[in-house]
Design a protein around this ligand. Structure first.
Ligand SMILES: O=C(O)[C@H](CS(=O)(=O)O)OP(=O)(O)O
Ligand SMILES: [Mg+2]
Length: 242
């Protein structure tokens, strides 16, 4: 299986994504937040690119979440902190979310045959789901404002490692050069991921803004057993088995 790792939304060309399984990663924090909300019983999540689109989807009982400049958007129920999306807040509810990078990456992958939502939290589940499919796969790192973000790259490396570990011996995983680089980088820091995430640009920024615990939450590996797909514009935990 050919697996291409793409460094940021800006680097993703439509022809690289269409007809492929695309795993979208935004470790800090969008995809980690979505997965946490689903793990806490959120019924479904609609990721949108703009604040206006989110507000247009606002209706009774629907929660609005997201950030601009790492901060909660005025009038929204939640920011982009996974720790806000507790069971008591989100269980059984629908959520519309917009973030600077992660929801933009999901929209960019719109021509993929399947879009999976990935992070360190569910890397193994993503790999297992990809192994069971045919065709090529892409790991799309959201990055930050069109630039590479280390936390997303390390997650791509972890997913590559999980793909290698779970691929039947009759099949091989072939990575592009960025994928190989991230695999080697992940192996190098796998025993100190929390410190590594706290030391990267986004980890430092979030810590400065009071979100250190978010970084530590997002640095946990393989704690969620599902890899949800985007279907008809929504992400649902039940779509994890489709
Ligand atoms: O809230 C976040 O962690 C970031 C904000 S910023 O772009 O790094 O300022 O958004 P995300 O879309 O989750 O990367
Ligand atoms: Mg990010």
């Amino acid at each position: 299986m050919n697996v291409q790792v793409i460094s940021s939304v800006n680097e993703a060309r439509t022809e690289d994504l269409q007809h492929k399984t695309v795993i979208v990663i935004d470790v800090l924090r969008a995809t980690s937040t979505m997965l946490t909300a689903l793990a806490n019983g959120c019924r479904d999540i609609t990721p949108v690119e703009t604040v206006i689109q989110a507000k247009q989807l606002q209706e009774n009982g629907v929660l609005l979440g997201g950030e601009r400049n790492c901060k909660k958007i005025p009038g929204f129920d939640f920011g982009n902190s996974p720790l806000e999306y507790t069971e008591s807040e989100v269980n059984g509810k629908s959520l519309v979310i917009t973030t600077t990078n992660g929801t933009r990456a999901i929209q960019k992958a719109g021509k993929a045959s399947r879009i999976l939502i990935g992070s360190l939290l569910n890397a193994r589940a993503c790999a297992e789901r990809v192994v069971s499919t045919c065709g090529e796969a892409v790991i799309l790192c959201s990055g930050t404002n069109d630039a590479f973000a280390l936390e997303d790259g390390l997650c791509a490396g972890l997913i590559a490692q999980e793909l290698i570990d779970h691929m039947p011996s009759s099949k091989q995983v072939t990575l592009n050069d960025l994928g190989l680089s991230m695999l080697y980088a992940y192996r190098d820091v796998s025993d100190r991921l929390p410190e590594t995430l706290l030391s990267c640009v986004n980890g430092k920024r979030l810590t400065r803004l009071g979100f250190r615990d978010d970084v530590l939450h997002c640095a946990r590996v393989n704690v969620l057993p599902f890899a949800p797909a985007v279907q008809d514009g929504k992400i649902a935990a039940s779509a994890a088995c489709l």
